[in-house]
Design a protein around this ligand. Structure first.
Ligand code: GLN
Length: 492
């Protein structure tokens, strides 16, 4: 069987249950592909063959004994921001190079409990700050569609691994687009759940009021399977919400597209940096949804201009606080020969953190400092509320809101955008995190360089089932999500 990596999660589960192949064979197949292909893509920071094969054998035994869960024996990759007991967790940073967590993140623990097999940990922008995965201490991950392009970020390793068929599904995190934008750049489906739906316990914090983990996969159906595993209340995360979890797989056909009201924010399609081909592909996908029975309704999101400045105050402010714990004392990198405690702190942090992270710590510390707190941080919090209200008002007249996930397709590696240029690329994703809403990226075509374009659908709180269902039905009548990068066609 050379094409196990072409199967959907549902087909893999069926194949395992009916003994067409074992989890060991499936897992070995992916490990072989990683060994052969990942040198070109560089999606993995750590590959864990021993762990994976032991988990695969346990899954095979459970399947034989007839007490296996639905997804038992299916491999996945975890973003290197999720703590994994006994496996190193770096968050893409030198400061955590060789950090081994004594416990599993809840997302990881839930995956293990469901019988999922961990292939390894995948690359990311340092502490999830970035949009290209180039800020990783471990080097830039390549976009499988064009190896001279970035896969997006910060969950660029997750996106590249799935797009190159080096993992069938992966976890990602999204603080300001880090699931949706790399999914868009790599032609995948990725869901950012409602804030509080997926536990943040053991997920290294960037901006705690914005961070949310979620699934990245080829299709909405595959995402739904992983959501069924990772969603749910967790007493170890105080912002996790105690609300019944949907069966996302059972609900895949549950939303009627006929009569679905899709809001088109007039501000979004006039953004200066919006690429003409991205705009065209997104509009074509909306036309398709219209043919399927949806109604397009123009809406007003008048706070659009405030998204980037608001996010780039709040996220660094929270980051500057969260990253205080990396002090060279408790864990992670420590500088050589410190002369005193101050020197130890200063040099451990200056040598351990990369440039982008240091820049954000400075911005955040400034925004939180005594003289500027009211002028920057408090003001940003007030604007954040207005942005949320803008969305809630829109949801009085529409069911979902459509937007591009990113204004462009994947950048060239080393394009060296200025911080402002880079931050403007987050215009379509960050407001969703500020408001705590769920949103999904779906691949909807390509530009003239054969780079994927993504449509984003934003839903009201707890509408993950609806978002997955709309994309699933779109994927039943289109085939963008089945297209594969040339490198994914290679066999191990
Ligand atoms: N590009 C955004 C940032 O750099 C998003 C990051 C994220 O979602 N983790 O902050």
């Amino acid at each position: 069987m050379t094409d196990l990596h072409r199967l959907s999660i549902r087909e893999m589960a069926e194949g395992l249950k009916t003994a067409q192949f074992s989890s060991r064979e499936l897992t070995q197949h992916y490990l072989d592909r990683i060994a052969k292909i990942d040198a070109q893509v560089q999606s993995y920071v750590t590959v864990t063959p021993e762990f994976a094969l032991a988990e695969a054998d346990a899954a095979d035994a459970a399947i034989k004994a007839g007490n296996a869960g639905l997804l038992s024996g299916i491999p996945l990759a975890h973003k290197d921001i999720f703590c994994t007991k006994g496996i190193k967790t770096t968050a893409g940073s030198k400061i955590l190079d060789n950090f081994i967590s004594p416990y599993d993140a809840t997302v990881v623990a839930k995956g293990k409990a469901a019988g999922l097999v961990t292939l390894g940990k995948v690359n990311m922008d340092e502490f999830a700050m970035g949009s290209t995965s180039e800020s990783s201490y471990f080097g830039a991950t390549k976009n499988p569609w064009a190896l001279d392009r970035v896969p997006g970020g910060s969950s660029g390793g997750s996106a590249a691994a799935v797009a190159a068929d080096l993992a069938p599904i992966a976890t990602g995190t999204d603080t300001g687009g880090s699931i949706r934008q790399p999914a868009s750049f790599c032609g995948l489906t990725g869901l950012k759940p409602t804030y509080g739906r997926v536990s943040r316990f053991g997920m290294i914090a960037y901006a705690s009021s914005l961070d949310q983990g979620g699934p990245m996969a080829r299709s909405a159906e595959d995402c739904a399977y992983l959501m069924n595993v990772i969603a749910g209340h967790d007493a170890k995360d105080s912002t996790s919400v105690n609300k019944e979890v949907d069966d996302y797989v059972a609900n895949l056909s549950g939303t009627s597209i006929k009569g679905l009201r899709i809001g088109i924010p007039k501000q979004y399609f006039n953004v200066a940096g919006l690429d003409a081909e991205v705009k065209a592909r997104v509009e074509e996908s909306l036309k398709k949804l219209e043919e399927m029975g949806a109604t397009l309704v123009e809406i007003d999101l008048s706070m659009t201009d405030a998204y980037v400045p608001t996010y780039y105050l709040i996220a660094p402010a929270e980051a500057s606080s969260n990253l205080q714990r990396f002090d060279g004392v408790r864990y992670g990198y420590r500088c050589e020969n410190p002369v005193d405690l101050m020197d130890l702190y200063k040099r451990s942090r200056s040598e351990g953190f990369g440039k982008e992270v240091q820049q954000r710590i400075l911005i955040g510390t400034y925004a939180l400092s005594a003289g500027y707190y009211d002028a920057y941080y408090v003001k940003a919090q007030k604007v954040r509320r207005l942005i949320q209200q803008d969305f809630l008002k829109a949801f009085e007249s529409v069911d979902v809101i459509a937007a591009p996930s990113a204004p462009t397709t994947a950048y060239k590696i080393g394009a060296n955008l200025s911080p402002v240029e880079m931050y403007l690329g987050d215009i379509y994703t960050i407001a969703v995190n500020l408001a705590g809403l769920p949103a999904i990226n779906a691949p909807v075509g390509f530009d003239q360089d054969n780079l994927p374009v993504g449509l984003q659908l934003i839903g009201n709180y707890w509408s993950e089932s609806q978002l997955l269902s709309v994309v699933h039905q779109y994927q039943q009548v289109t085939d963008w999500h089945t297209k594969r990068a040339a490198i994914a066609e290679e066999n191990a």
